[in-house]
Design a protein around this ligand. Sequence first.
Ligand code: DMJ
Length: 585
Amino acid sequence: MSGDGLRQRKKDAKAKKTSGTPATKYPISSIKSSILLFIAMFTIGFLALYSPKVAWRLISPYFTPQPVWEPVPPSRGVSAVDFSADVPKREATVEAFKHAWLAYERDAMGDDEYHPISHKGSNLSESGGIGYTVVDSIDTMFMMHLDEEAQRAREWIATELSFDREGKFNTFETTIRVLGGLLSAYHLSGNDPLYLEKAKDLADRILPVFDTPSGLPLSMVNLAQRKGISDVDNRGFVSTAEAATLQLEFKYLSLLTDEEIYWEKAEKVMEVIKGSHLTTGLASIFMNPEDGRFVLSAIRLGSRGDSYYEYLLKQYIQTNLSEPVYRVMYDDAMNGVLTHLVQKSQKAGLTYTSELIPERSMGGEISWRLTPKQDHLVCFFGGSLMLGAITTGSATGKVSVPPRADELTEQGKRDWLAGVELIETCMRTHDTATGLSPEIVHFRIPNDGIDGSGAAQDWYIKGARPGEFPPYDARYILRPETVESLFIAFRLTGNRLYRDYGWAIFESIQKYCRIESGGYASVVNVDEVPVRHEDKMETFFMSETLKYLYLLFEDANVLPLSQYVFNTEAHPFPIFHPSIRTGFS
Ligand code: DMJ
């Protein structure tokens, strides 16, 4: 110890001796604390008698075990954060993309959808394609530096793509895949005007869907006639996710063209949804475009509900956190989801989301049945929760990678942990014969009447019986949601575990979905080997699944989450600060 240090210690000891109150038998401070303790005990006792709930809320934190802050699962021995590219794995995803694209180009160039086993394409309407596959895939080519392929795709867009097509096109799908694809192609190509011109033409044809009494969009559109069409199969109702998942695209287009109409139409939908707010913060999956109200229908994070929650957060991110209304709506929704939908499985305590199904009694009363069903679609939610935790749940404005406990609010910590756990659950649903996860899983609950093989684990595929054709739930249709969450989780934690998980999924896709002659196909039962294929390669395989896998292994400086927001079809748009005064700014 140095002389200075020694002198300081002696000074401290002397100060201790000379300062402080003289010793008394009952120091004032301890009398004060006793009085305070007495008052606190008295108040709690009083409350316990007259309002036990409030009393429990006050004292429960001292009795309920609090979750230990473990920001990421153990990283299999690798502790340092390494965000550099894993080149061999990244290049393997490029090779897979080429295998998919070149087969499509050979067999079906320009058609909306591809059937890799029959080597054929097909269109959504008889009047011709709308670039469903080409446009959805082009930004992945830009990212992968597939310049020749991108040039050929551009050529097709310049010379063949037309939106003057009769038929019923789904408003949401056309927006997220085609409009979204054109807008990100515009940005990533360094503002090639072709893409913006096409985007504007398409958006102008879609706009009439918003001309309803409420402003909620109709589900379908005839692009040639520029006319909205209601969905007769669903009594004219529009699904909540579909109505509330057009906003990133129309708002970015508004920024690029300086035309406020796109912004206003998209924002009006959010205003209507805000106005019909349900007390739980949750959203039923159907709304009525006539009066703008929620219709009595299921509540879930899966189909028709999923991207409503995703876009609440992403709208807040898109405009650089400048519209607090989305933060309030998102936080409110997350409170509802975490309180009412998130459950733990019986055996391994896996975190999953259930659905609420409304039931009407003979007397007309409504009750809600909690159903332990989780769509593969829900697997986007793990990453989304983590992204939300560091955004609306940040206590300090900026958080570390991975976040420290003191950098997040209580809600932020809750959502982060739930997100991490949900990703683990989604990975457990890949514990199948193929290593691929099914379209829908059910979790075990008491008295569910399941026996046999399903009884052994926490989850099962409903209706799967040996010797019978597999149920719809057993399929894997090349969906991206789990790898989307892995990509976000890796970027927010730097934990290699997420790359390992992604690689395992990629290997299963290579082994079981790859068609030797070109392309990839869905499998009809993830629990059956050898697999049976379905003759379809969904467009989101090239636009989302392979893109997120590529970005998972790419250097994290590429398309950083601090500067980009991905639309629900994985098309990245830059984050901006709105130049116009928005309805919610
Ligand atoms: C994609 O088209 C989008 O991610 C959408 O939000 C939901 N489903 C598919 C992929 O599974």
